[in-house]
Structures are given as C-alpha cells and as structure tokens.
Design a protein around this ligand. Structure first.
Ligand SMILES: Nc1ncnc2c1ncn2[C@@H]1O[C@H](COP(=O)(O)OP(=O)(O)OP(=O)(O)O)[C@@H](O)[C@H]1O
Ligand SMILES: [Mg+2]
Length: 236
C-alpha cells in the first residue's frame, strides 16, 4: 500500500452489554484491494462489520475511512462518506420492489455515479427481469444480488459484505464472485468481505485476515492464499 489505506482499523474494541466481544481488531485495506476476513463461527466477524458501519458503537480504537476518523459518526453519515454494506442475512426491504430497494440505496449512499441502477441490472440481469417484484418474495440468491445492488447504487468507495455466499446455490455464488471482481476492476471499489466458504475466499480475495476470539490473529498475504493455508488457519 503506497498511499493511505481506504480503511484503517486500529485496536477496535466493542461489547454487547457488559460482555466484551472485540478485543483489539487491527486491519487495513488499500485502494482497490479485495480482502477477506475469515474465522470460525462466533469469533466476532459480524460484530466487526457492525462497528465499521456504525450499527454498534466501539468502546475503544479508531476507524479511519480515506484518512478521516469515522468512529463516532452515525451509520447514515458513514454511508454518505462512502461505505456500502451488505449485511449477513441480506436484510433487503421485503415489502418494497427491487427498483424501490435500489432507490433507497441511492438515497442513503454517497455522491452519485452515473447510471447506477442500470449498472446493477447489467451485472444482475435477474434483477432487471424482476424489478417490479416485491423483494420479500424472491429467492435467497436473488435477495443477495439485490442487497449487493443496493450497496452498489450508493457508489461506495468501500464495500463491506458479510458472508455473501451463505445459504446460496453454487451458480449464484459464482455470479456474485464474478460481479465482485468486476466491480473492483471497472469501478475501482475497495472490498472487505467476511467469508467462510473456501471457494469464495480463494476465488475473490487477494489476501485475508484471520479472526479468533475478538482479535485478528493472522494475516494471509498475497501469494500465500491457498486452500491449505486457509484450512490451517480455520482448523477445518
Ligand atoms: N446482539 C447481540 N447481543 C449479545 N451478544 C451477541 C450479539 N450478537 C452477537 N453476540 C455474540 O458476540 C459473539 C460474536 O458474534 P458475531 O456475530 O460477531 O460472530 P461471527 O464471527 O459473525 O459468527 P458467524 O460466523 O456465526 O456469523 C458471539 O459470542 C455472539 O454470541
Ligand atoms: Mg457473522
């Protein structure tokens, strides 16, 4: 990373009530990188994401986006500064149509790019066919495409995705992997994604951070990211 990282997280701590969960998370993602955050169930991956997007207030540490500390900003303000979020379990607005979900994404996002909904429909033709369908009536894979589209229309500098392949059929997972690589290549978007699916990790990520018990305990560098290394770190 020659210039300042897009995302710079230092010593991040967070709790649910009195229970400490994050105990000092450190990670950096440079411009245009695609980085995976991996770790077994319950180690704090989603909690880390929630702290980064502002759904959970950190108790200590810093979160810098494009050089500015955002740790005290609301999630709306962070979205306007350029964070797009695809939460675990997708959370599209079920009673809105596909097109309406994308409109909400545009409204809460950062400064507008051009033709963003059209771009999403181009990446995910299934959404174009279903633009007037209520999101809650779509399959899990379609909802995941919509959740990614909704983040993308906000024209994010940084996309955060929490287990984008979870519970989704392999052909759609493949499409999602392809789109993530395309977004990075064509739009220069920086991507940090939580993942446990080996194929997705190897297909998309350039390097990875490994979490255990609320901390980053390992870094898998570019060139070291292979199945054996991931298996060793995840003990699977
Ligand atoms: N809302 C909550 N209130 C209290 N404890 C919580 C809450 N959400 C998560 N936790 C606890 O925090 C810890 C970390 O959870 P988190 O969801 O961040 O893990 P994760 O790494 O994303 O796991 P998974 O791979 O299953 O998604 C777990 O022990 C979990 O039980
Ligand atoms: Mg999780």
């Amino acid at each position: 990373m020659s210039t300042e990282p897009v995302l710079d997280v230092r010593e991040l701590r967070a709790s649910y009530g009195a229970t400490p969960i994050l105990q000092g998370v450190d990670l950096q993602v440079g411009k245009g990188e695609i980085v995976a955050l991996i770790g077994r169930n319950g180690v704090g991956k989603t909690t880390t994401m929630r702290c980064l997007v502002g759904q959970l207030r950190a108790t200590a540490g810093s979160v810098r986006l494009l050089g500015r500390d955002i740790a005290t900003l609301s999630s709306d303000a962070r979205a306007r500064r350029g964070i797009g979020y695809v939460p675990q379990g997708r959370e599209v607005f079920p009673r809105m149509t596909v097109a309406e979900n994308l409109l909400v994404g545009e409204l809460i996002g950062g400064p507008k790019g051009v033709k963003q909904p059209e771009l999403v429909y181009q990446y995910f033709p299934r959404l174009a066919e279903r633009r007037n369908q209520l999101a809650g009536t779509m399959s899990g894979g379609e909802q995941q495409q919509l959740a990614i589209g909704r983040a993308l229309v906000g024209n994010p500098a940084l996309m955060l995705l929490d287990e984008p392949s979870e519970g989704i059929q392999p052909s759609i997972v493949q499409l999602i992997c392809e789109v993530l690589r395309t977004i990075r290549r064509d739009l220069g978007t920086t991507i940090l994604f939580v993942e446990q699916n080996m194929d997705t990790i190897l297909d998309v990520a350039e390097r990875a951070y490994v979490m255990e018990k609320g901390r980053v305990v390992g870094r898998i560098g570019a060139g070291e990211l292979d199945a054996d290394t991931v298996r060793r770190h995840l003990m699977i």
